[in-house]
Ligand binder design. Structure first.
Ligand code: HEM
Ligand SMILES: *[C@@H]1O[C@H](CO)[C@@H](O)[C@H](O)[C@H]1NC(C)=O
Ligand SMILES: *[C@@H]1O[C@H](CO)[C@@H](O)[C@H](O)[C@H]1NC(C)=O
Ligand SMILES: *[C@@H]1O[C@H](CO)[C@@H](O)[C@H](O)[C@H]1NC(C)=O
Ligand SMILES: *[C@@H]1O[C@H](CO)[C@@H](O)[C@H](O)[C@H]1NC(C)=O
Length: 320
């Protein structure tokens, strides 16, 4: 009898562990409903104010979430400054003099700390502001999954290794997304994030001077702004038609060889599978919006820290 009870309790223990395992890695959209009921409203207002002050900053914070998630998961690691123990991801090649919008996160975090101290993670703030920015620009909305915790550390070499580069072609982009568990379709549809925001001359110089898959008049116009040398930080819209509207013009530009980055135009160049997605999105905004929302949720699910892993940072720039 004792034996049976022992087995019974062991079985209960196993079931308990399995259920914990289930919870692990699972985020939920109502995570802060009781612990910080105003969290979503506070963030939404913060994003609205920030974009009202500077139209571009919504694009910048959308990109922050992407650059966070691709480096050891969506854990707020991109927000950490240098410490004696590690080099920040902010100074990795894809981010240095490029990643921006950190003050928006700081402001929103400060308000959340006032409303509900120690509750809302920096990683979750990034996921919410990315969605709210897309909505402000006229894009789709989705229910943001929440419950991520914040990393204790950052890894600059991982940022260099995992964030895709503008020189990448379809196969490089595919492997880069596959490395974080995202699909080919995720890659094509999330690239549509380039319907908003700006890029520096340094990132498109080679494409406009050396690539052949670019409209001649478009290339000539850009070469004046971004000559063979110099002008490294001169900015041009990723979507030359509507730089702060979330729409399908990014894909329409690719059809006529007016993508700004090599990594954009490569999606409509020679790869048949990629081309069919691009064509579809270019003419079907509903489809693009639906798929973009789905893929943003998938990106937001990359390796979150949950349960007792990580912490809720009080200041997004440093571990507690
Ligand atoms: C597919 C691989 C990708 C590559 C190679 C890439 C590369 C780049 C580059 C080079 C820039 C310009 C940076 C600068 O000049 O400082 C940029 C900007 C941007 N990227 Fe990406 N990106 C990719 C995917 C994504 C994804 C998945 C998103 C979001 C869903 C995204 C959102 C943005 C936004 C919004 C900007 C403009 C930021 C601003 O104006 O501050 N990108 N990207
Ligand atoms: C980042 O950019 C600054 C200013 O251009 C430069 O001085 C610094 O060396 C760069 N950091 C890294 C790690 O490349
Ligand atoms: C940082 O990332 C690099 C590249 O992915 C990896 O080799 C290294 O082990 C990581 N460092 C730490 C401390 O995790
Ligand atoms: C891109 O992919 C090609 C093969 O398709 C490979 O030879 C090359 O090393 C890759 N480049 C980068 C930067 O990963
Ligand atoms: C264009 O290609 C040539 C030859 O490969 C190279 O020397 C040059 O640096 C490239 N120019 C740009 C702007 O990337």
């Amino acid at each position: 009898m004792k034996m049976v009870c022992g087995k019974f309790y062991f079985l209960l223990f196993v079931i308990f562990c399995l259920s914990l395992n289930n919870v692990e890695g699972k985020l939920s959209s109502n995570y802060y409903a009781s612990t910080c009921p105003n969290a979503l409203d506070i963030v939404k207002e913060g994003v609205k104010d920030a974009i009202r002050k500077e139209a571009r900053v919504g694009a910048s914070i959308l990109r922050l979430h992407f650059h966070d998630c691709f480096v050891n998961g969506c854990d707020g690691s991109i927000l950490l400054d240098d410490t004696p123990n590690f080099k920040s991801e902010k100074t990795a090649a894809p981010n240095n003099n490029s990643a921006r919008g950190f003050e928006v996160v700081d402001n929103i975090k400060a308000q959340l700390e006032k409303a509900c101290p120690g509750v809302v993670s920096c990683a979750d703030i990034l996921a919410i502001i990315a969605r709210d920015a897309v909505v402000r620009y006229g894009g789709p909305t989705w229910k943001v999954r929440l419950g991520r915790r914040d990393s204790l550390t950052a890894n600059r070499s991982a940022a260099n290794a995992f964030i895709p580069q503008p020189s990448f072609d379809v196969s490089n982009l595919t492997s880069s997304f596959a490395a974080v568990g995202l699909s080919f379709k995720d890659m094509v549809v999330l690239s549509g994030g380039h319907t908003v925001g700006l890029a520096r001359c340094a990132t498109f110089r080679t494409h406009i001077h050396n690539d052949t898959d670019i409209n001649t008049a478009f290339a000539n116009y850009l070469k004046k702004k971004c000559p063979l040398t110099g002008n490294t930080n001169v900015l041009e819209p990723l979507d030359y038609q509507t730089k702060y509207t979330f729409d399908v013009k990014y894909y329409q530009n690719l059809l006529v060889k007016k993508g700004l980055l090599h990594s954009d135009q490569t999606l409509y160049n020679t790869d048949k599978k990629s081309e069919s997605h691009v064509k579809r999105y270019a003419m079907d905004q509903c489809k693009f919006f639906k798929d973009f929302a789905k893929s943003m949720i998938r990106m937001g699910n990359i390796k979150p820290l949950t349960r007792s892993n990580g912490e809720i940072r009080r200041n997004c720039r440093k571990p507690n």
